[in-house]
Structures are given as C-alpha cells and as structure tokens.
Ligand binder design. Structure first.
Ligand code: BTN
Length: 253
C-alpha cells in the first residue's frame, strides 16, 4: 500500500485470490460500510460482468481486474461524469506507462485501432435520492493472447500490442494514481478543460454513429460530449441530439 502513492483510492486495498466479480464483492463491502476509496483486485475473476449484461473473462494472472468504491456527496443524476473521467484517466495512464496509442471509445472503452483493451463498468447504490456509493470496475487485458472466437477480431491486450509483459501491480498503481489525480483535479465533474482532454483522446468524435428512434435507425456524426458525459450527435438536417450510453452504436470501431 505504501507504494501506491495515492491518498484515498486504495488506502484500503483488498487483494483476492479468486472471486466471481470484483464489482459484486465490493458491493457487499459497500453495504457493510467500507471506507471511501476502497479497492478490490483479484488474481482470477470467474464471472466478471460487462456492460449491458455481457460477461467479462479474466483468467488467473492474465489480466488486471479491479473495482473502486467511492462515497461522493452527490445526487444520483450527478454521478454520470465519473465513468468518462475514469476512462480518461485509464487512457492517459496506459499511454504514459506503455507508450501505446490508445484512445477512448465513448463512453469509456479503451481501444487501440479498432480493438478493445479495457472495459469499465460503473454501478451505483442510491437511497432516497442520495448516493450511498458508486463502484467503478475496470478490466485491462494485460497478458491475454487468446480470445473467444466471437470477440477475437475486436479484442487485444498489452502483450499483443507491445510484445512485452507488464507487471500488473505496477500497472494497478499507475492506474489508481491517475484516477485519483483526475477525480481530484476535476472534482468528479466534466468542466470544459476535462471535456477538451476527453475529446482529444476520444476516437468516437467525428465518426458516424447510429441510434434507434422508435422503429427507425437514424445515423449522424458524433460531434462532442456534454458535461454530463452524453454524446452530442449531429443529424443530416443539422440538428444536434444528445444521447446516453446504451442508445448508440459507433460505426467502424
Ligand atoms: C464492458 O466493457 O462491458 C465492461 C467490462 C468491465 C469489467 C470489469 S473487470 C473488474 C470489474 N468487475 C466486474 O465484474 N466487471 C468489472
């Protein structure tokens, strides 16, 4: 812990040998009152969860899987910037430590070219319009070289991209450090400077995206991100719509 260099995030660091999902494990600790900034990581994750009900594989000692619990004094509607901020921090930390040209696929996947390197899943527990805790779970493909057939064309790892093995403890320390810096610097919000940084690293901006409007599929161009972390999309008639994650498919990446 003294090597982490953070002051809040990871102050309480729990290292497991094996677990179903670090998000679920931390949820239980959260409901039992664990401290702000508690981090859970594991050598093996047996039933990791992805966004939109998908699964996230993490075999023993291959990848990095960890979750961070925060207790921000916020209303539930105001936690949305946490996810893009975490994406920004992870992207910056990986660029620094590995030199890889990784980018953010809105809202918070980290990709290299067209392939995914990192997935982030944020979950919230709120009661009576106040947030009790927010859990941000992060999975980084570090040493994985084989992926299930269905995702092999769109997944990659640090080893596949660099040909090098990176120490997972050091990577974790670098990621937690950068996350704490961005969260503190931007106060869990997306002020204009944060948005500018985010957009400069975001591969989605400028691309064509599609979304459902009733029965119809509408396409437009991603032109920006709002302070709440939503995507701004310009339609062919020049009007701009704001969309949240889950509604949009990005073309080509
Ligand atoms: C996605 O891209 O769909 C999100 C994947 C999130 C995976 C991480 S691994 C650590 C944490 N624990 C989980 O069960 N999921 C997240």
């Amino acid at each position: 812990r003294k090597h982490l260099g953070t002051s809040v995030i990871g102050n309480n660091l729990i290292v497991l040998d094996s677990v179903g999902s670090t998000n679920d494990y931390l949820k239980r600790l959260g409901s039992d009152g664990c401290e702000n900034g508690t981090v859970v990581t594991t050598r093996e994750q047996k039933s990791g969860k992805g966004r939109l009900g998908r699964v996230w594989q993490s075999k023993r000692d291959e990848n990095l899987a960890f979750s961070i619990l925060l207790r921000p004094k916020l209303a539930p509607k105001d936690v949305t910037p946490i996810t893009p901020l975490a994406g920004l921090a992870v992207c910056k930390a990986l660029r620094k430590t590995t030199g890889l040209d990784c980018r953010i696929k809105w809202p918070n996947d980290i990709i290299i070219g067209k392939k995914k390197l990192v997935g982030i899943l944020t979950e919230m527990c709120a009661e009576f319009d106040a947030v009790e805790y927010v859990i941000t779970g992060i999975g980084v493909n570090v040493d994985q070289i084989e992926f299930p057939e269905e995702i092999a064309y769109k997944a990659t790892s640090i080893l596949l991209e660099t040909g090098r093995h990176y120490d997972k403890n050091r990577l974790l320390a670098a990621l937690l450090g950068q996350i704490e810096r961005e969260f503190t610097r931007y106060n869990l919000e997306l002020p204009p400077e944060a948005l500018e940084e985010y957009v400069s690293l975001c591969a989605t901006i400028g691309r064509s995206v599609t979304f459902k409007k009733g029965e119809r599929t509408v396409s437009g161009a991603a032109v920006g991100v709002t302070a709440a972390g939503e995507l701004r999309v310009m339609l062919s008639d020049g009007t701009v719509r704001t969309l949240n994650a889950g509604e949009v498919t990005v073309q080509g990446i």
